[in-house]
Design a protein around this ligand. Sequence first.
Ligand SMILES: [Zn+2]
Length: 306
Amino acid sequence: MKDLMFYYKKSMRKNFALGAFNFSSLEVLKAIASAAEKTSSPAIIAVSESALEYMGENFVMANAKLVKESCKAPLFLHLDHGKSFEICKKAVDLGFDSVMIDASALPFEENVALTKKVCDYAHEKGVFVEGELGQIAGIEDNTFAKNHIFTDPQKAKEFVKMTKVDSLAVAIGTSHGAYKYKGESRLRFDILSEIEKKLPRFPLVLHGASSVSEKLVKIINENGGKIDGAKGVSEELAKMAVQMHNIAKINIDTDLRIAFTAGVRSSLKERPENFDQRTYCLNGQKMVEEVVVHKIKNLLNSEKMA
Ligand SMILES: [Zn+2]
């Protein structure tokens, strides 16, 4: 099978982005694999540290292996927001294809040192490494930052050179979670352009770019949920980042959680007598699959890129 670097390079040439879809259950994993297969798109299946803990590493490795082997589209297992050398080493040793070391909360020199240490270890075993510079605001699992610290383009260049990292998550105004903006969403394309001048043809990553579909939030709220004031990044803006800039990977977690919740809530409301979890979880799975297909076709442009 072609490796992840092949798809990163191809994404830069063909102006698409790889979707990194987070999962913390078998249903969501199956939904991502099925959507990738239906659209002939490569996809990254991502787990955070807390999702790895929630499912257990044996469950994750066994199911990721099975799904990767049976899926007709290429899937890559990725650790999202690894905060320490130990967790990244563990993921490399377990057989992950890719790890993210997120030392963005540390001072620049310490971020460089830790990211380099992970790269030295992971590259030896052929594993891809993503770093992060700047700070993406918002909350997601155990990743939390109150304010944006936009990525400094000159520092980004130095960071990549010193660490030998394979891709870089940048902070340009996206944020984690379902409550991203009070008003209109804004992205700092000026900063993105500056980073690209310093790092031509280098794969950049957008975190916190879920669009938080109004339609799905409405389904949740009409079926007993209460999600007020949720707002995501406009899909048009994120799409511009893919088509006009070097964004080679977009992380999508919140949108899948919202889709799954909408599926489960509407199924339970429709059939209140039902207590077979396979029925309502399957409805959640179907809605997640629809969202992943939509992202591949309309945002990532990665359809038929397998
Ligand atoms: Zn993230």
